[in-house]
Design a protein around this ligand. Sequence first.
Ligand code: AMP
Length: 468
Amino acid sequence: MIQIYNTLTKRKEEFLAPGSKIRMFVCGPTVYDYIHIGNARTFVVFDVIAKYLRYRGYGVNYIQNITDIDDRIIKRAQETGQNWKELSEKFEKIFLDNMKSLKVDSVDKYPRATDHIPEIIKQVRTLIEKGNAYLIEDDGYYFDLKTFPEYGKLSGRTSEMADDAVSRIDENSKKRDRGDFCLWKFSKEGEPSWPADFGAGRPGWHIEDTAITEKYFGPQYEIHGGGQDLIFPHHEAEIAQQESASGLKPFVKYWLHVGFLVNKGGKMSKSLGNFLTIEKALEKYSPEALRFYFLSAHYRSLLDYTEENLKQAEVAITRIAEFKNRLRFYDQNSKPINIDDVKEIEKMHDEIFEAMNDDFNTPKAIGVLFDLIHKINNLIDKNIDVSQLTPPIAALGLFDSVFGVVGGEVKIAKEVQKLIDEREVARKEGDFARADELREQIKNLGYEVEDTIYGPLVKKLHNAIVTN
Ligand code: AMP
């Protein structure tokens, strides 16, 4: 049974039974700039969660919105003299390309805020009619927190503690309560605007998410996720909006939040300028290494950004790729495996899945995978036949299809391949001195050759980082 930590109840809870239909929504990017590896951590984590749930037989409908209208977009467009729509379209495309590069392919739909203006207007109207929203002349409609006494149930904070969370769009001295937030902002000259019967304008920060999920999921659904910075006020505001509009609770059953990726102790963020874009990261590291790095810490913990961590991830995924290649090798002369070893391997396989069932404990699952790799490699070294075992293949399947950390064949530089071919010729001609000499040259370039009856098996040396 899967256990999930729920931010709403602040404890691990038993998840729904396998086979259940899961509607899952994750806050997507605001497309005014390149996304960084901190954002990507959150998106990769939820990609793995969606894939794992599907792997376990849940029917997951996964939606992630694209915020393509927002203060930051308007500001950036004004600063750069671009049209806001062109700007957001450009960064949306880059974001989607980044997701493809990182093998994030579990999202069923990426709805844009601006394609859901009628739904947003409808929800604002409902909140006005129900008395949850009030008008500030020449400014917009605000959510009245006094009408929703449960405000704070997700974060444990109150509207009085909302100071640090008020964004530019929510500022107005005429608000009834300082935590009240904007639902609809009347447009000023030159700003993007959509007609509405209560006044032309644009959506507030929180309303697009609930309008979008109400359209695709209805007023209640199973999983809502995002980075931990969104707990307050964004997700708190979503609860206030949707539970007030529908009168139904809980709006969402399980709330999941991802810890920050931190750089020198501080949250990686666009505004602080301490970020690494996906493009830059992919110039140096493979997508598998980046994913491995994101999954090497528990999703609720902080994750440190250091070059060393990323290099280690590159080495680790090389070992996994080699393991995959090694598993395919089988020697006719090899000896049968004994039952104790089989049992031990089966136990490791089960532990990997138990770790994942325990609030998606990816670092633990990775730890057991490496124990398994060690074990199997030892057996192969002793010429014991492991080719008929299914648990290692199943474990590798999980790390491939869910974690996305199993690359293809080990990438070999052309110059190294040439030496390998030359060495094969020397071996076949019986020139073993030359073959040994070539093996040394290959080793100096960071690779090791193992001779098998099927030809040379090439491995990257673990202490060598080859970034070609
Ligand atoms: P934004 O485009 O700023 O709305 O962020 C998109 C997603 O990335 C949200 O779910 C954020 O919570 C998440 N996020 C932003 N910065 C970080 C970070 N440093 N570490 C982890 N997640 C982050």
